[in-house]
Design a protein around this ligand. Sequence first.
Ligand SMILES: Cc1cc2nc3c(=O)[nH]c(=O)nc-3n(C[C@H](O)[C@H](O)[C@H](O)COP(=O)(O)O)c2cc1C
Length: 228
Amino acid sequence: MNAHRFGDDEVRGVYRAIYERRDVRSAFLSDPIPAPMLRRLLDAAHHAPSVGFMQPARFIVVRDPALRAQIHANFERADSAAAALYQDERAALYRRLKLAAIMDAPVNVCVLCENDTPRGAGLGRASMPETSLYSTVCAVQNLWLAARAEGLGIGWVSILDPAQVRATLAIPDTATLVAYLCLGYVSAFADEPDLQRQGWEFRAPLEEVVFAERFGLREYNAAPDGSS
Ligand SMILES: Cc1cc2nc3c(=O)[nH]c(=O)nc-3n(C[C@H](O)[C@H](O)[C@H](O)COP(=O)(O)O)c2cc1C
């Protein structure tokens, strides 16, 4: 008996949020997000772990259609440049993918890592300074899971020229751009990643990614039916 375990329904809820979270691009609705809900989600993000309790994540809530149009134009340029890197069938498939929903979602959230903060007094960063970025990514994941639990979708857009995003949103030099997120209600959550459904990439089996004692030594054997 573990007195610290959540109730069965709560445990199921945590796993449900993890397995049913999706990167959403095609299914956004324009309905506004209630202000208390948005605040709850951002507060959940702000409660992520951070190195030395540095709390480096900063969030810019972007609603203004004119600013979003600038970011969308940035995406379209970066997307065309990225498409040109592929040939033949991959290029054709890339062009069929919808990889952002900047104008479809009612709210965008730009997530930054503020490096210039005295909080945490450098604890944990002397030998691994990049842990401030990892801390910020933890905040993104909190936001993503909390949004899923609230029935909201998030799409992460990395196909952007960061210098142009910085100029559009007046991001200071002390902050690193970590994530640009589209957030909103959705008509549906797909039951598998879009990129898997469209044949771009598939989830690797668990036994391929978990090792025992030394890198490369398998912890798990492949299941006889190939599932994991
Ligand atoms: C760091 C990061 C950047 C991403 N950038 C993009 C992007 O620019 N466009 C996009 O459509 N999806 C983007 N994604 C979403 C991934 O494609 C998606 O997470 C992956 O295909 C698995 O699908 P799922 O999130 O629905 O499980 C990004 C995800 C991460 C974690």
